[in-house]
Write a protein that binds this ligand. Structure first.
Ligand code: SF4
Ligand code: SF4
Ligand code: SF4
Length: 286
């Protein structure tokens, strides 16, 4: 048990370092990927050819997701990390200042229902691009505002609506884990629709579970009901929280048969993504 705690602590530290590096180095990766989605629907709607070079970031992100699951969402995306940090900060404030034992949050059932909203948003944006209207709707996109802030630039003129939406999203992030990712992110919707290779799926040995234990389910930031032996749920952001909290180490990935140490697996995936991101021009420094 002491060994497991130590391992978890090292994994947590490694995760924080990795996420800080990606947050600083590739803050606009999600927005760059989504440019590709908009280009595709714009081009289809207007009957124009697509410059394949402009789709490389999107192709890279989707290919990485097919091979490694939503690793990008779990560890790389700056907006996802921002959400986690704000939720953590909100919990701390509620506990220390308001003396709340339990953090205020949206119930799981409502959350599962609200997760469908992001598909509607993706479809709506696709439709607006297809009709050629989207490019005229400047100033509302909170990602653009966030991306500019991350490179120490003030939001462009006319981005008042984008700033207001960003503030509302940040408030939502304070009260629900992965608020934006679960309910609003069109890139998240696209990732969730992607197939993944079998070795990426989580395996849960339900037969040796502790009776009545729900630790994995209660700690899943995106409210996945971990009820089956092989878990392939598009909503899974590959954060591995369920693996960490399981008292019986019942949740694993097939890849762990090759490399037993999951910290090494995490570092390998991060290095692979970092190299890919640099080649795709996502890194601010290289
Ligand atoms: S769901 Fe969207 S905002 Fe959340 S981590 Fe994934 S790409 Fe980023
Ligand atoms: S806790 Fe487990 S099931 Fe939930 S998102 Fe993270 S990896 Fe996926
Ligand atoms: S945390 Fe582990 S033991 Fe508990 S229900 Fe989940 S898989 Fe089973």
């Amino acid at each position: 048990m002491a060994d497991k705690k130590k391992k978890l602590k090292y994994k947590k530290i490694t995760e924080v370092i990795i996420r800080v590096i990606f947050f600083i180095a590739m803050p606009a990766a999600f927005a760059s990927g989504f440019v590709g989605v908009k280009l595709i629907f714009n081009a289809v709607g207007q009957g124009k050819p697509i410059d394949p070079d402009k789709l490389l970031v999107l192709i890279g992100l989707l290919a990485f997701t097919i091979v490694f699951g939503r690793f990008f969402c779990g560890f790389v995306c700056a907006f996802g990390s921002l959400g986690d940090f704000i939720y953590f900060l909100s919990g701390l404030i509620q506990k220390k200042i308001f003396k709340r034992k339990k953090q205020i949050t949206i119930p799981q059932k409502a959350s599962v229902l609200l997760q469908k909203l992001k598909y509607v948003i993706l479809a709506l944006i696709a439709l607006l691009c297809f009709c050629g209207v989207y490019s005229k709707l400047t100033g509302w996109n909170p990602w653009d505002v966030f991306s500019r802030i991350m490179v120490f630039k003030a939001p462009a003129d006319g981005y008042i609506l984008g700033i207001i939406i960003l503030v509302l999203i940040i408030i939502g992030m304070a009260f629900k884990k992965r608020f934006f990712c679960q309910f609003l992110c069109p890139m998240g919707a696209l990732f969730a629709l992607m197939p993944v290779l079998p070795f990426t799926a989580l395996h849960r040995d339900e037969s040796s579970c502790i009776k009545g234990c729900k630790a994995c389910r209660m700690n899943c930031p995106v409210d996945i009901k971990l009820g089956e032996d092989i878990l392939r749920d598009g909503e899974c952001i590959a954060c591995e929280k369920c693996m960490g909290v399981c008292p019986k180490s019942n949740i694993s990935r097939p890849e762990q048969k090759l490399v037993r140490n999951d910290i090494i697996i995490l570092v390998i995936k991060s290095v692979l993504f970092f190299v890919m991101g640099c080649l795709l021009g996502l890194c601010r420094f290289f």
